[in-house]
Every structure is written in structure tokens, then in C-alpha cells.
Design a protein around this ligand. Structure first.
Ligand SMILES: [Zn+2]
Length: 446
């Protein structure tokens, strides 16, 4: 297929933009880039982009599909007053309420959401203690049927007893093996957070995977995580994880809001990835991570949604604004840093976990994971000002088509792989049962 009349945002050096260009897509890859390619390849089907911007699909470095049914759900009793109460009163009873159908529909509704928002690769961190074995297959099948790419893991925790921890470990080990044979699915070894993992479980997790696999874990999201770790063995969270061999160039830690400088240095020294989720941090009122310091230290920082809807530009914008108001300084958090994290680092992380495809860039040989954006700038748009045009001009509602591996998942705003009306009707029918079970579990963890 040839896509012509596109303005290509390639995310190559200097944010290169190729105006009025064409792409040849074959076997899921970008095979050629140039002008008027339909003359060079006369036998190809042609799709006219009508001057839209074409760019690589967005990547979400940390999310939780399991949180989908929280939307519109009431929390019984007093409103949670801090993040530990949010875990106890909202997330833990909700993930416990998910059965196989609950897991499937959580993934389905978020797959629709991702495609419509132009997000084509997602790192999911999953929990469903009532349905552990096979849960990652359910999510993986949804992603494959939807046509998306994903990196899965099951969050091991001791909060549901030793059997729950054991089942979580087995689920990770199984999926890491299975995903190694898949082009579109990858897998990490999921851990909830230091505060719900004892020493024995961490040791078993470390021993359960080979050196080539990485962990995906929440770190220092709230002070409670740090104080729990200090209480357990006199060490802060990152030091504790280092002692158990959890850190390293394939491990992803989410948040790092409450880590100290020495912990940040450890993340940099071990090549560990960190993901930033500013909407979630603001919503949970946990604080603001020292992201600019982390970048300066050389930590590979990416951006995720943490279970918010998968509008990555909205997450970028939140990061851009949050650090300015937090420091009372409009010079903080440059749009260049946003692009470094949201585009370059997220792509590098995706390429690490999905080595079969070159993601996050438009160039010959890269995967044809593309979004079409109906943006009409009224000031010059150049490689130099693109990061600011993105922050102030681009909106997810402008995404008209989404393609993964050369296949349209949404074409001119029509979803082709998922039936939104049917799925949302079925999810809506399922929600009252899930909410009822959730309510019956509130109070179990406090
Ligand atoms: Zn999270």
C-alpha cells in the first residue's frame, strides 16, 4: 500500500519533518519514503492522507487495564484521605472483583480507547487475584485481536497470601516464555510494590527468571513505600530492590515520587528505567517526582498513563504544566524533555521489550505503526518548534486513523477491529456485578 499526501513527523534526528511525502507499506513495514511513490510503484493500492500529519503511534510505558471499571464507580464510606487508603478502598477491592470476563472487558474497553487516542503499544501492569492463571492470556488475546502491541506482566504481591503470590509468579514466568515467541507481545516480571512484598517473595521472584528478563514495579509512589521498606530492613526501597537483584537495564520502576537522591543515583547506575505518570500522581495527591533531576542523572525516564485513558499527549501536557507550577517557574520542564521521555525513551523501552519490530520512528525498515492527525497549523511547524506545537496544538481528537504493522485498526474514525457499540453495551451490563463484588470487598484490606 502507498500512503500519499502526508506530512511525515519521523521523530528522527532534529525532529525531522518531511512535507507532502509518501510511504510504501509492505509486509507490515515502511519499505520506502519519498515523493510521488505511486509512480515508482504503480501496482500498489493508494490511500490519500489529504495533507494530514503522519507519525509513529504513541507508546504508553505504564498502565493498568484492570482499572477500567473504576470509571463512574462510587467508593463507599468516607473518601480515602491518602494514597494507602486509595489502595485499600479502591484498587485492591476492585482488582479482587475481576473475574475472567471482568479482565477481558477491562482490556477490551481500553483497547478501543488506545486505538482512538492513537496509542499503539502499551505496557500493562495487571492484577486480578480472583483470576490469576491465564489472566495474561486473556489480555494478550484482546490486544492481538485488536491489532495492538503490548508488554504484559502480573503484579506479584503478598497481600493475598502465599498462594496468590505463587500463582502470580507462575503467571509471569509462563507469559515471559510465551511472549518470547510473539512479535506483538512482550512480557516483564510484574511486582506490585516493595510495601506488599516480603523478602522471601522477592528472592523467589528473582530466582524465577533468567537474567534477560526485567521487572516492572511501583517504587516510592507514596512515602508509605519508603517507610515500610525502612521498617522491614533499614533500607530505602531502591536499595532494598538492588539487594534482591531487581534493578537493571530491563527493569521498569513506576513513579519514584519519594525516592531520595542516592536512590536516584542507584537507578541511573544500574540503567533502570523509570516511568512518570503525572495525571495519576496529581489525582492521588502523592507529590511530584524530581523528573528533571532524574533526566540529568541519566535515568531513562518514560511516560505512562497509570490506568487513565490512553491519551499520551494529554499526559505529556500534564507533565509540561505540572513541573512549572510545582516550581513556580515557567522555565522548568522544557518541551524538549517531554519529547525525550514521551517519544524517544518510550520508543527505546518498547524496542527493548519488542525486539522483533523497530517502533517509534518513521524510516525504512521500521514497523508501519502510524497515526494520521488532522492538524492544520496556522503558524510555521518546523522540526525546531514541533515539541511546542505538540504541547499547544495537537489533540487526540485529531487522530483520524490508526495503523499497526501496516493494518488499519481505525480508518477515517471508523474502528475496524473492535465493535465499540457491542463491547461498551456488554461492559455496561457487566459493570453492576463487578461493582457489587467490589463493594463486598471494601474493608477487607483496612
Ligand atoms: Zn501504576
Amino acid at each position: 500500500m502507498i500512503i500519499n499526501n502526508g506530512n511525515l513527523i519521523t521523530w528522527r534526528e532534529e525532529n525531522q519533518i518531511l512535507e507532502n511525502s509518501s510511504l510504501l507499506i509492505k509486509e507490515g513495514l515502511i519499505k520506502d519514503i519519498g515523493k510521488d511513490l505511486e509512480k515508482k510503484y504503480p501496482d500498489q493500492e493508494v490511500f490519500d492522507a489529504h495533507g494530514q500529519y503522519l507519525m509513529p503511534g504513541n507508546i504508553c510505558a505504564h498502565t493498568h487495564f484492570y482499572g477500567a471499571f473504576a470509571r463512574g464507580m462510587g467508593i463507599p464510606g468516607d473518601a480515602p484521605k491518602d494514597f494507602p487508603q486509595i489502595l485499600e478502598k479502591l484498587w485492591w477491592p476492585l482488582d479482587l472483583a475481576l473475574d475472567e470476563q471482568g479482565v477481558r472487558y477491562s482490556a477490551l474497553v481500553f483497547a478501543i480507547d488506545a486505538i482512538k487516542n492513537g496509542t499503539t503499544t502499551l505496557f500493562d501492569h495487571h492484577a486480578s487475584p480472583s483470576f490469576i492463571p491465564g489472566s495474561l492470556d486473556v489480555i494478550g488475546d484482546v490486544l492481538l485481536d485488536a491489532g495492538l502491541r503490548g508488554v504484559l506482566c502480573y503484579e506479584v504481591t503478598d497481600r493475598n497470601g502465599p498462594e496468590g503470590a505463587k500463582a502470580g509468579i507462575a503467571e509471569n514466568v509462563r507469559m515471559i516464555k510465551k511472549a518470547s515467541r510473539s512479535e506483538r507481545l512482550g512480557a516483564a516480571f510484574g511486582l506490585h510494590a516493595s510495601l506488599t512484598l516480603d523478602d522471601h517473595t522477592l528472592e523467589v521472584c528473582r530466582d524465577a527468571i533468567g537474567e534477560e528478563a526485567g521487572f516492572h514495579i511501583h517504587v516510592g509512589e507514596h512515602q508509605a513505600d519508603e517507610y515500610d521498606s525502612l521498617k522491614k530492613g533499614g533500607l530505602r526501597v531502591v536499595d532494598r530492590l538492588k539487594n534482591f537483584g531487581i534493578l537493571g537495564p530491563k527493569t521498569i520502576v513506576a513513579h519514584g515520587v519519594h525516592i531520595d537522591q542516592a536512590e536516584a543515583v542507584l537507578l541511573a547506575e544500574t540503567g533502570t528505567w523509570l516511568t512518570h505518570q503525572p495525571r495519576s500522581n496529581m489525582n492521588n495527591a502523592v507529590g511530584v517526582a524530581a523528573i528533571e533531576d532524574f533526566l540529568r542523572l541519566g535515568i531513562k525516564v518514560g511516560i505512562g498513563t497509570d490506568g487513565f485513558y490512553h491519551a499520551m499527549w494529554e499526559e505529556w501536557k500534564t507533565a509540561y504544566f505540572l513541573h512549572k507550577v510545582h516550581h513556580l517557574d515557567p522555565r522548568r520542564m522544557s518541551a524538549l524533555d517531554i519529547i525525550q521521555m514521551g517519544v524517544k525513551n518510550n520508543a527505546a523501552l518498547a524496542n527493548l521489550y519488542l525486539p522483533g519490530s523497530r517502533l517509534g520512528v518513521i524510516e525504512k525498515g521500521a514497523a508501519a505503526d502510524l497515526i494520521f492527525v488532522d492538524y492544520h497549523p496556522y503558524t510555521p511547524l518546523t522540526g525546531g518548534n514541533l515539541p511546542w506545537q505538540m504541547i499547544f496544538g495537537f489533540q487526540e481528537g485529531m487522530v483520524t486513523s490508526t495503523m499497526v504493522g501496516g493494518e488499519f485498526l481505525m480508518k477515517d474514525r471508523e474502528l475496524l477491529t473492535l465493535d465499540e457499540e457491542k463491547i461498551t453495551t456488554e461492559a455496561k451490563a457487566l459493570a453492576p456485578e463487578i461493582w457489587k463484588r467490589y463493594e463486598s470487598y471494601v474493608g477487607r484490606y483496612s
